[in-house]
Write a protein that binds this ligand. Structure first.
Ligand SMILES: *[C@@H]1O[C@H](CO)[C@@H](O)[C@H](O)[C@H]1NC(C)=O
Ligand SMILES: *[C@@H]1O[C@H](CO)[C@@H](O)[C@H](O)[C@H]1NC(C)=O
Ligand SMILES: *[C@@H]1O[C@H](CO)[C@@H](O)[C@H](O)[C@H]1NC(C)=O
Ligand SMILES: *[C@@H]1O[C@H](CO)[C@@H](O)[C@H](O)[C@H]1NC(C)=O
Ligand SMILES: *[C@@H]1O[C@H](CO)[C@@H](O)[C@H](O)[C@H]1NC(C)=O
Length: 549
């Protein structure tokens, strides 16, 4: 892992081609809404989310703010769909989010030029970071040519390119029965007044167009991974060829609170955005009466049912769901919710603005412009929290070669009284032992008890070892039988690691000067490993990489 990490850092552009699931598993993704992340000129115009209009963010704006992202420890970004969208007001605003394609062969000029996108891609690769692009296959969009609200809506289908007119699309019908998969796949999303025109993905000409398009898109812009929109709205057997045409890691949106429904999709592409676990975690940590046992139940189902749970996307916010802080202002709960994302099996994804404490509710309120925060890194406790979590995960990956294939195990705190008094859940994924509670800011009574190594799911620690909380540097002693018992402090989460590793993480500054390379060195020292050794091993890794290539 260490070899791979450093060699891909130096050989970024070379290895970045055809990044696989395995290349992505050690990474951590920052989700950027291109229109709302950064202005090209660094300005900070107002952006009223309720207007649903373009606010002006661009590809080159992102390039200028990569330090902000990388300094938090992220080594990949996911950006909005990049292709040309319908122009003007559709009745539900403009296509600033990028999900209303009109022509898959052009770049959305609001975000910049094709060259600007290439520059973003190479700026990322120069830093050893990956580019994930969002793609939409299921539907395109056009403004109805007659808005008298008649049904069916008339469209100028020739605006939808490069397709062949109305016959290229499913006949208009709106999804009415989510238990009927044919209805979900062949009828349309949206409503009569804001329809999404459903591509006929049974038509083999369309299949060829889409497979060739994605192949060219990935190679032209050196894309390392794809986030696939509305995966469950296209027939399952469309996807394997599409994914292999792309030739990179693919993670799909299957918006459902049901692992049994989601899991077949993990057989088709690299992985899914883990919505079932998201729902359990969101509801557990947005209230002190949430159910932490339910997290364990759903996460274990995902572990059993997903083809490769380590390739799924782990998140607690995105642009489609209300933010955590629209539901609770309790900062202890918020920190517990964010911690989950980085300590379970999937690839962590943080949605822009969560680190700044944004509080937007449902779409469009959750799409606040990040420039309004000033990209401030001082006195931003959540930003510091996220930075520590990225560092802890990287240190865990470096110190345990099996970390990325070791399934997390769960211990729900046993409560003497009713289940609503159960707040604590411990998550063991050696060398990390994470202690979460939804007791909230006042909680100093939750006790986490994690059994010793003789027991299934023990913490994996030796009796007598000293552990360190990566957030506070607080020390915890492992009991002689390897068990760990800790009492919560003001409802804060804890991530424990053996002192030799954890100390380097907790002492690292939350913001400022770190970049990929110095972060690596700091971690090397934290592990009691000399910097020189780290660099020598790294150089060997590069040589090795060159020989293999
Ligand atoms: C819009 O459709 C309505 C109902 O079919 C029709 O009466 C009207 O003439 C149409 N308007 C235009 C501008 O085509
Ligand atoms: C299939 O799609 C192509 C390209 O979009 C279109 O030209 C053609 O009419 C469609 N065929 C049928 C049978 O609908
Ligand atoms: C399922 O949906 C399709 C498309 O709307 C429809 O043709 C079919 O009759 C539905 N099947 C059932 C059993 O309702
Ligand atoms: C979950 O999905 C499966 C497979 O589609 C379905 O059979 C089951 O009824 C769903 N469960 C719930 C609670 O909706
Ligand atoms: C909490 O979740 C567990 C596991 O899913 C479930 O068995 C239990 O009934 C839930 N408790 C409450 C109070 O909903």
């Amino acid at each position: 892992m260490r070899l791979l990490a450093l060699s891909s850092l130096l050989l970024g552009p070379t290895l970045a081609l055809c990044a696989s699931s395995d290349n992505w598993k050690s990474r951590s993704i920052y989700q950027v809404l291109t229109d709302r992340f950064a202005m090209a000129d660094g300005s900070s115009p107002s952006c009223d989310t309720s207007q649903r209009k373009y606010c002006g963010g661009t590809f080159s704006g992102i390039v200028n703010k990569l330090d902000y992202i990388q300094n938090m420890g992220f080594d990949a970004i996911w950006i909005s769909p990049v292709v040309q969208n319908v122009e003007g007001d559709t009745g539900v605003g403009e296509a600033y989010h990028g999900y209303w394609t009109s022509n898959i062969n052009n770049i959305n000029s609001h975000f910049g030029s094709s060259d600007d996108l290439k520059k973003l891609s190479s700026a990322l690769h120069d830093r050893g970071m990956y580019l994930m692009v969002d793609v939409v296959v299921n539907h395109l969009a056009a403004i109805p040519t007659n808005t008298s609200d008649i049904y069916p809506e008339p469209f100028d289908y020739s605006t939808l390119q490069p397709f062949g007119g109305q016959s290229s699309f499913h006949t208009q019908c709106f999804i009415s029965d989510y238990n009927n998969q044919t209805d979900v796949e062949q009828c349309w999303l949206g409503t009569p007044s804001s329809p999404l025109i459903d591509l006929d993905t049974e038509n083999s000409t369309n299949v060829d167009i889409m497979n060739n398009w994605v192949k060219n898109l990935v190679s032209e812009y050196s894309i390392d991974g794809l986030r696939i929109d509305t995966l469950k709205h296209v027939r399952k057997d469309f996807w394997p060829d599409f994914a292999s045409s792309a030739g990179v890691y693919t993670v799909g949106e299957v918006l459902i609170d049901n692992t049994t429904y989601a899991s077949p999709y993990t057989q088709l592409i690299s992985g899914v955005l883990d919505y079932p676990t998201y729902f359990a975690v969101f509801s557990a940590f947005t209230s002190t009466s949430g159910n932490v046992s339910h997290i364990a139940e759903i996460a274990q189902q995902a572990q059993k049912q997903y083809k490769d749970p380590f390739a799924s996307g782990s998140f607690i916010e995105n642009h489609d769901q209300p933010r955590v802080q629209s539901e609770t202002s309790d900062q202890a709960l918020v920190k517990n919710a964010i911690t989950w994302v980085f300590v379970n099996d999937g690839i962590p994804i943080l949605y822009q603005g969560q680190e700044q404490g944004y509080q937007g509710g449902s779409d469009p309120a959750n799409r606040e412009a990040l420039w309004l925060s000033g990209y401030n890194t001082d006195n931003k406790p959540l930003l510091t929290h996220v930075t520590k979590l990225n560092a802890a995960r990287k240190a865990a990956i470096s110190s345990n070669p099996n970390f990325l294939s070791t399934q997390a195990t769960f211990h729900v705190q046993q409560s003497s009284s009713s289940s609503s008094d159960t707040h604590g859940i411990a998550i063991s994924k050696p060398p990390l032992l994470t202690l979460l509670t939804n007791g909230g800011e006042g909680d100093s009574s939750t006790v986490w008890t994690v059994p010793g190594n003789d027991n299934e799911g023990g913490g994996g620690f030796e009796g007598g070892q000293t552990l360190v909380d990566v957030f506070t540097c607080e020390e915890v002693n492992v009991k002689s039988d390897g068990s760990v018992e800790v009492t919560a402090r003001n409802g804060e989460p804890m991530v424990l690691m053996v002192k030799e590793i954890g100390e380097g993480v907790c002492k690292g500054s939350g913001s400022g000067s770190s970049n990929g390379a110095s972060g690596f060195m700091r971690m090397g020292m934290g592990m009691g490993m000399g910097v020189e050794v780290g660099v020598v091993v790294g150089v060997m890794g590069v040589l090795l990489g060159m020989v293999v290539i």
